[in-house]
Design a protein around this ligand. Sequence first.
Ligand code: CA
Length: 220
Amino acid sequence: MRILLVEDDAMLGDALGCSLAQEGFTVDRVSTAEDAGLSLGTVDYTLILLDLGLPDQGGLEFLAEQRAAGNPIPVIILTARDAVADRIAGLDSGADDYLVKPFDPDELAARIRALHRRQVGRFSPVIEHGPLVLNPATRELSCHGVRVSLTAREYAVLATLMERPGALLSRSTIEERLYGWGEEIESNAVEVHIHNLRKKLGPGIIRTVRGVGYMLEEPP
Ligand code: CA
């Protein structure tokens, strides 16, 4: 899951980026509304974390513009403003949720997961597909009831596929979910992760559509 963090406080932004990365999210941080707008044009983000006090434009105004332009991306506002009126204005400008600084990063991670569930229309906190059961909160996977241990990247690849079980995803789409700016992508990284996942999960789980990408096999 790739997240755009719009936060001009570098220390807070870096700390938040680190704690979210440890939770398995890929995070890109920008400091201005202008850069946020540009980033949204180039990367297909799952969600925005939006500070309200930005140097070039108010976060609420930025959000209202995005909604007016028809952008449906889920938005969580992060701000020190704890007045009730600001919270109401945030939600009424199109935000989906609201956290007042300082907040616990674990709570933010849980809210991100909850918002993402609603976005994809999933009610259960775990994702099931055939023999696979994935818990995004603990990042635990079982296959045929047996716990399977995954690396962080393998988890991210499988979670990307399980979030959209009927979809055929290209290598570049998967790469985009996995790697933030400035992270070096080895040319065959996705193939290697898929290969290792197949070794751990067995055959009949991940299908390769040659020259196009990957998808989960339909459960029998
Ligand atoms: Ca700020």
